[in-house]
Structure formats: structure tokens, C-alpha cells
Design a protein around this ligand. Structure first.
Ligand SMILES: Nc1ncnc2c1ncn2[C@@H]1O[C@H](COP(=O)(O)OP(=O)(O)OP(=O)(O)O)[C@@H](O)[C@H]1O
Ligand SMILES: [Mg+2]
Length: 453
């Protein structure tokens, strides 16, 4: 099928079935690069009393993985229960939300009616007015044991294999309330209640999210979700393009993989913009090339959420007018923690790509790097645990910084990759202003026809 056979409306609709920058993945054929994690989750869920905790950086794909894993586990007679946490959530409010969502299922209502005489239901008594019953749930549970009992009824009535996704657990602001969930899963295990939980949360360690509750940790399979692997990044691009019967220049999809910094959100967004560029072209297109990719990067930058853009804008809008290249230099690596001297070396390579810009000396450069930690510069960086070591405060921002550099004709590759076995990309001179080597990590090689070996 050729792309030109679609009218605009059809194209837009179809495009949104293959790229979704603003929604977690809901169906497994769109989930790339998470086979290992899905397998781990699947195996862990066989163990009675074991639950899952997926944690990692913002935007790496936690909710998507949780949704797919829950879909796979949940028995087909009902949808899995999906609760998002809010800052003021408490253990009791979350449990009540779970129960209310379960009670919304029509099958649940009819079952409740059937079983109400045969088992002793305390919470799910059916009143004449269904709404009243549901509202009462919040008031009926006041203690942890009551919450556990309520979940027992939920597990009994919801479905054969019920599972709850507790998304954005980190948003619960009270550490005390978060810690109570460790007790909850412990009690679910002790009481043999067959209700499974998948938690997701932004964080570096589980302890940061759940507190130091060692005995509960034994009941959790923890999945620290890394950034998307390289192949998965370009699989998203290729899969979307193939839907419209088009090919993608190998250098272009590798570059998307690189610029995105492993955040699937950026891959989806760039792909979406790029395919629109292809669609808008008057002539028939068989292959996506740099001509589509470069304007798509600019389109993507325009449509990125203000929340992500703001720190960048604060950082570069400094009176001295020389912060932008400094900021780009911080994103020129695959390492999250970087030494000042390495960033200065990246800066040098960036400045080599200009003929008309004044280069900052080491002292001035270092002062700007330190300033990038301040709120007036968007608090972009934080100090590492050694002098001269820095990292991004919001890791996802680094992808945006890379896209900005790319839109300005500056290529960032990363010094680690440069020192490795070199892979050359066929970047046209107009595009490439400096570096030539690609940043594909060692171990990923291509055969002559461009297929991965
Ligand atoms: N494995 C994957 N393959 C393809 N696309 C993915 C994958 N994982 C996530 N995505 C896409 O990436 C974007 C972010 O994913 P998701 O919302 O799951 O991340 P998250 O870690 O939950 O983010 P947040 O921290 O903001 O809650 C979404 O557009 C989603 O469709
Ligand atoms: Mg999420």
C-alpha cells in the first residue's frame, strides 16, 4: 500500500495507530525491546504472593510495560484494574479506588448479586442504589486490616486472575503512606489473597520509593527499567514506516536512535513528524531520507511539552549568550555521569564546527557548568558524588538537548563511542558539519546490505 493512497484523515488516523508519543503502549505488537523484562515479570507472577515493582527514569516506558504485562496476566473475563496515584493519595484511598474500579465492571455486579447469599460479603453488599454502595466504600475502610479484607473481596469477585496496575506510585507525596504499601503486600501474602500488583514509579532505588522494609522486598520482583535498547529504537521507526509501505534510510533511523537518547517518547514524536513530512510531499516517496528527517526534528522540538522545554530555555537565555553550546556539550555522551574535563573536550569539538564563534576558556566554561545547577539556569545539572562529576537532574531533558543541537546542525556522538570501533554513517556534507563516526555501541554491527548481524 502506498502512502499517497490515503486521504489526509485516513493517514492521520492510521499514523496514530503506530506512533503514540503521548500514550502508554496498550498492545504487545507495539512494545519493542522489552522481551526480557516481560519474561521476568511473567515468571515472577507464577509465584504466589509475589508482586512486581517497575522503576526507572521518567519516560523510559514503565507504564507501557506494566500495561502489557497486566494484559497478559489478567484472565480474559475482565480488564485489569488500573489506578494512577496522585500526590494526596493514601493507602486507604488507593484501595478504595481499586475496589470502586472493580465494582464498575458489569460482570462484577452480576456476580456480586449471585454470590451475595453464599459468601459473607462485608463491603460489596448490593444496595438498591448501586452508586451509594460504591461511595460508601471509602468510608467503610479505616484500617490496614480492613483494606486487606476489602481486597480479598475484590480478588474473589473481580475475575479468576485479577491484577492491579498501581501507576506513578512515586507521586504519593507522603513517605509514610508509601511505606504502608510494603505492609499491604506482606499481608496479602500472609493471608493468601490472590490479587497481584504491578507498581510503577520514577526512582533510582526501590528503597527511595517504598522505604526500608526488607521483609516486603522478598515479595517483590523488581525491574529496573533501562532506556530502550538500540534495536528497539529503530524498530519503532521501521515498523511505523512499513505500515505505509515505505523504507527508511539506514543512516536516518540510526540517527533517530541516537538523538532520542533511548527515550521512546522522542522516537515516536520524531517518527510521527517525519511521516507527516513524507505525506505532505507532493511526489510519491519510497524512502524516508534526511530531507524528511531534519525538518521533522524541528517540528518535534516545536511540539515538545512546555514542561520539558522550560529548563532548556532558562539555561540558554543567559545574558552572556554563550550557554547553548555549553549545554549541548553536556549531552555529548551515553554516560549519565560526566566529568567536567570530558564535557570541555566535547565543547571543543562542538566549537570546531564553527568558524565565527568565540570559544570559552576552561575557567569560564567551568563556571557556566556550575551555573547550570542553579534554578536561574533551569537546574539542568546536579553534582555527582565526586568533584568535577555532573549528571542531568531530569535525564529525559538530555534527549531534548540533543534534538536542539541536531536542529542547529551540530552532531553529538559521545566520546565513548568515538573511541570504540568506528562505524561510519553516510551523512551528506550539508548535514554533517563535524564528527563523522556514529555512536552505535560496540557489539551492534551491520552486514553489507544494512541488516543487523
Ligand atoms: N517498549 C516500547 N516500545 C515502543 N514504544 C514505547 C515503549 N515503551 C514506551 N513506549 C512509548 O514511549 C512513551 C513513554 O512511555 P510510558 O508512558 O510507558 O513511559 P513512563 O516511563 O511510564 O513515563 P512517565 O515516567 O512519564 O510515567 C509512550 O509514547 C509510549 O507509547
Ligand atoms: Mg508512566
Amino acid at each position: 500500500m502506498s502512502i499517497s493512497t490515503f486521504n489526509r484523515h485516513e493517514f492521520g488516523e492510521k499514523l496514530n495507530t503506530v506512533v503514540f508519543p503521548s500514550q502508554p503502549i496498550q498492545s504487545i505488537e507495539h512494545l519493542f525491546g522489552r522481551g526480557e523484562e516481560l519474561d521476568q515479570i511473567d515468571k515472577a507472577l507464577y509465584a504466589p504472593g509475589r508482586h512486581i515493582f517497575i522503576y526507572g527514569d521518567r519516560g523510559v516506558g514503565k507504564s507501557s510495560l506494566a500495561a502489557i504485562a497486566a494484559n497478559q496476566y489478567q484472565s480474559p473475563e475482565a480488564d485489569y484494574i488500573d489506578v494512577s496515584c496522585s500526590p494526596d493519595a493514601t493507602l486507604l484511598s488507593v484501595v478504595a479506588d481499586i475496589a470502586m474500579q472493580a465494582a464498575n465492571i458489569s460482570r462484577f455486579r452480576s456476580i456480586t448479586r449471585q454470590v451475595k447469599k453464599s459468601i459473607d460479603l462485608r463491603f460489596f453488599k448490593i444496595e438498591k442504589n448501586q452508586n451509594e454502595t460504591r461511595l460508601n466504600i471509602r468510608e467503610q475502610i479505616r484500617t490496614l486490616p480492613e483494606a486487606v479484607e476489602l481486597l480479598r473481596e475484590v480478588s474473589y469477585l473481580h475475575s479468576e486472575k485479577p491484577i492491579v496496575v498501581l501507576d506513578e506510585f512515586d507521586r504519593i507525596s507522603s513517605a509514610e503512606e508509601r511505606n504502608l504499601f510494603a505492609d499491604l503486600i506482606k499481608q496479602l501474602g500472609d493471608k493468601k489473597i490472590p490479587l497481584k500488583f504491578i507498581f510503577t514509579g520514577v526512582g533510582k532505588t526501590l528503597e527511595e520509593l517504598l522505604g526500608a522494609h526488607q521483609s516486603a522486598y522478598r515479595q517483590l520482583q523488581t525491574i529496573e527499567l533501562p532506556k530502550l535498547p538500540w534495536e528497539a529504537r529503530w524498530e519503532i521507526v521501521l515498523h511505523a514506516a512499513r505500515t505505509f509501505g515505505i523504507d527508511v534510510d539506514r543512516d536516518v533511523y540510526i540517527r533517530i536512535a541516537q538523538v532520542s537518547d533511548g527515550y521512546p517518547y522522542y522516537v515516536h514524536l520524531i517518527t510521527e513528524k517525519m511521516l507527516w513530512r513524507v505525506y505532505d510531499e507532493a511526489k510519491e516517496v519510497e524512502k524516508v531520507t534526511w530531507e524528511h528527517y531534519l525538518p521533522a526534528i524541528r517540528d518535534a522540538i516545536h511540539s515538545i511539552s512546555a514542561e520539558l522545554k522550560r529548563p532548556y530555555e532558562l539555561a540558554v537565555n543567559q545574558p552572556s549568550g554563550d550557554y547553548e553550546e555549553v549545554l549541548w556539550s553536556t549531552a555529548d555522551s551515553d554516560m549519565l555521569l560526566r566529568y567536567l574535563k570530558d564535557m570541555y573536550s566535547s565543547y571543543g569539538k562542538i566549537m570546531d564546527q564553527y568558524t565565527d564563534k568565540l570559544r570559552l576558556d576552561n575557567g569560564k566554561y567551568s563556571a557556566r557548568i556550575r551555573n547550570l545547577k542553579n534554578a536561574s539556569c533551569g537546574s539542568v545539572l546536579i553534582s555527582g558524588n565526586r568533584p568535577g562529576l555532573y549528571s542531568y537532574r531530569e535525564k529525559m531533558l538530555r534527549g531534548y538537548v540533543r534534538m536542539q543541537a541536531e536542529a542547529n546542525g551540530i552532531e553529538l556522538y559521545g566520546e565513548e563511542a568515538r573511541s570504540r570501533e568506528k562505524q561510519y554513517m553516510h551523512v551528506p556534507a550539508r548535514v554533517s558539519t563535524g564528527y563523522r563516526q556514529s555512536m552505535i555501541p560496540r557489539g551492534i554491527t551491520f552486514s553489507r546490505n544494512g541488516e543487523r548481524k
